[in-house]
Structure formats: structure tokens, C-alpha cells
Design a protein around this ligand. Structure first.
Ligand code: ZN
Length: 324
């Protein structure tokens, strides 16, 4: 019998998600686990175990598998086939492709999760039939993938669309996780939104702060602030939180405008935990303000219809692309 199934894996900072899929992107079985952080080797062992569970759960044989694609947050070393100094894992190197393909005896492909995202969107999502599209993720960090004139952009080191590090503040008031200042991600990513809020609060009257629901929700201690608390307070109608969310949206619009001016897409889809959990509050202000900063014609901007599975779809799309 011919091999018919692909396994798509989305390796994030805390979770690994995977699905067994046919070539049309129909998931036969799906699994989600916390990443096993016991050792660097434990992660490839976990993916091998998940692949076998997906097969047994769906009655598939290991000989039915043709390949496995892994979309992962970086930084990646594609030559060695693993993660190098990953932000959320305490290891210098996490080997992936070699141990997995040796054990499962199928080709194993590794790809940057944002590059996978835009491919997944084009093959399975809102980007079908389009030659110019960008995928932007606003989660713990900010990243993107772009297809321009039908070409998937990569760059000399695979970092052509590191849009989270676009400079949106030349004064460089906030420092980014990469060590440089003024980057979009330093203001608007899930991890850094609290830094931005604390900076803005210095210019707001103490009375307004003390009267806010936000103040109550952090119990008067802004070192306890998270992006979840900010968006939750805004959804409850808190004025201060809503103003801060609007301001974050304006900064997002500055970032989106740079992307539009650089790549001229006809569609931008948006994923990542912050955007997926707060769809209206994230997309609304971007659409409202982006025209203030663009020169190019504004594209359609929408939340990815692939939702939380965009990484898995991207991993599968990467495998399919490698076969053509
Ligand atoms: Zn940066």
C-alpha cells in the first residue's frame, strides 16, 4: 500500500501539538502535550512517541507514513536539524530531525514556525490562490512569514521576515529580548506588553490609575501585570485598560504598515495567542490606524481561519511543498 499520511508537528515554547493528516489537510488524529523538558533528547523521544500514538489511535500502520514536518519557534539550525539556544528550553542544542528520522525511518523536515504559518495559510487557509500574502503571529513574541509573487521569502540565514524586530520607536525607550532597543516586539508582544504598560502609566494621573479596574486586577502591584490581565480588564469596559489596548493597537498598526509597505501583500492573516484570544481588540485598532502609515494599497487583514492549528497545517504544507 502506498504511503498516504503526513504528521505535522507544532513545537512551541510550552506545548507540542501534532496531527496525522492526509494530503488534503484532513486531520485523522490529533494530540497535544506539554513539552517534556527533562533533557534535550527527551523532546525528540516525545515526538516519536506522539507519532506512534497518532498511528495507533487512527488504525494507521507506520508504513502508511510518508514523512513528518516540524514547525518550531527558533532559533533553528537547519544544517544540524535542531534548535539552537531556544528561548524557552534550558538546552544549548535540541536535536530533532536525525533521531526522529532514524527511529521512524521517514524523512523529517524542520521549518521556522512563522514561515510554516504563511505556507499553511496559502495551502489550507485564507491564502488559497494568492501569490502575495503575509502571516503575522502576535503571541509571546511577534514574527512573520511572507510569500511575494509566489515565492516564499527566506533570506541568506532564513531570517528574511523577522518583522518583530522592525523599529517602531527610534527613541528606543524599551529593550527587546534580542538585546536591541525600540523593536515592535518590545512593545506589543505578549511577553513585553506589561513593560509597555508600566512605561505608559508614568504619564497617567495616580488617581486615574487607582480608580481603574486594572489597578484592582493587579491588586495594586503592576509587577504582577500580564497581557492577559490587561485584555481581560479592557473587555470588562475599564477605561484605562481600553486606552492602553488602543495605544498598543496603534503601535501594531505602525508595524503592519511597515510590512505592507515592504511586501505589498493582498492579504495579511494574524495568529498567535494574544491575537487569537482577543480577536476584536487586536484587529480593530490595526484596521482603524494602518492607513495613517501606509503608502501602498491596504490589504485584507483578518484572523487566520486555521486558528491554533496554523502551525500544524504549516508543517504539513512544508512537507507537501518539499515533494513537488
Ligand atoms: Zn528585537
Amino acid at each position: 500500500m502506498a504511503e498516504k499520511y503526513t504528521i505535522g508537528v507544532d513545537l512551541g515554547g510550552t506545548q507540542v501539538k501534532a496531527a496525522l493528516s492526509d494530503d488534503e489537510g484532513n486531520f485523522i488524529a490529533k494530540l497535544k502535550e506539554r513539552i517534556d523538558k527533562d533533557s534535550a533528547k527527551a523532546i525528540s523521544d516525545q515526538i516519536i512517541r506522539i507519532a506512534r500514538s497518532l498511528c495507533s489511535e487512527s488504525g494507521a500502520n507506520s508504513t502508511d507514513l510518508k514523512s513528518i514536518g516540524i514547525a518550531s519557534t527558533g532559533p533553528l539550525d537547519l544544517r544540524k536539524g535542531g534548535l539552537i539556544n531556544p528561548t524557552n528550553l534550558p538546552f544549548k542544542f535540541v536535536p530533532l530531525t536525525k533521531p526522529i528520522s532514524r527511529e521512524l525511518k521517514i524523512p523529517t523536515l524542520l521549518v521556522n514556525d512563522c514561515i510554516a504559518g504563511v505556507l499553511g495559510e496559502k495551502v489550507f487557509g485564507a491564502g488559497k490562490g494568492l501569490d502575495n500574502l503575509v502571516y503575522i503571529t502576535q503571541g509571546t513574541g511577534i514574527g512573520g512569514g511572507a510569500i511575494v509573487d509566489g515565492h516564499l521569502l527566506s533570506g541568506k540565514d532564513g531570517n528574511a521576515v523577522e518583522i518583530g524586530h522592525i523599529v517602531i520607536d527610534y527613541m528606543g525607550r524599551l529593550k527587546c529580548g534580542c538585546g536591541k532597543r525600540g523593536h515592535w516586539e518590545a512593545y506589543c508582544s505578549g511577553r513585553n506588553i506589561p513593560n509597555f504598560v508600566r512605561m505608559k502609566l508614568r504619564g497617567i494621573s495616580k488617581k486615574k490609575i487607582r480608580d481603574s479596574l486594572l489597578f484592582k486586577n493587579v491588586r495594586g502591584d503592576f509587577s504582577k501585570l500580564s497581557s492577559e490581565i490587561l485584555f481581560k480588564s479592557a473587555k470588562c469596559g475599564d477605561d484605562l485598560s481600553s486606552e492602553l489596548v488602543e495605544e498598543i493597537g496603534r503601535l501594531n498598526a505602525v508595524g503592519f504598515a511597515s510590512v505592507i509597505n515592504a511586501y505589498d501583500p493582498s492579504l495579511i492573516t494574524v495568529g498567535g495567542s494574544v491575537a487569537l484570544r482577543n480577536k476584536k481588540l487586536v484587529i480593530g485598532p490595526i484596521k482603524k490606524y494602518v492607513k495613517d502609515y501606509t503608502r501602498n494599497r491596504t490589504p485584507r487583514i483578518l484572523i487566520t481561519p486555521l486558528g491554533e492549528d496554523v502551525g500544524i497545517y504549516g508543517a504539513i504544507a512544508t512537507v507537501l511543498k518539499s515533494e513537488t
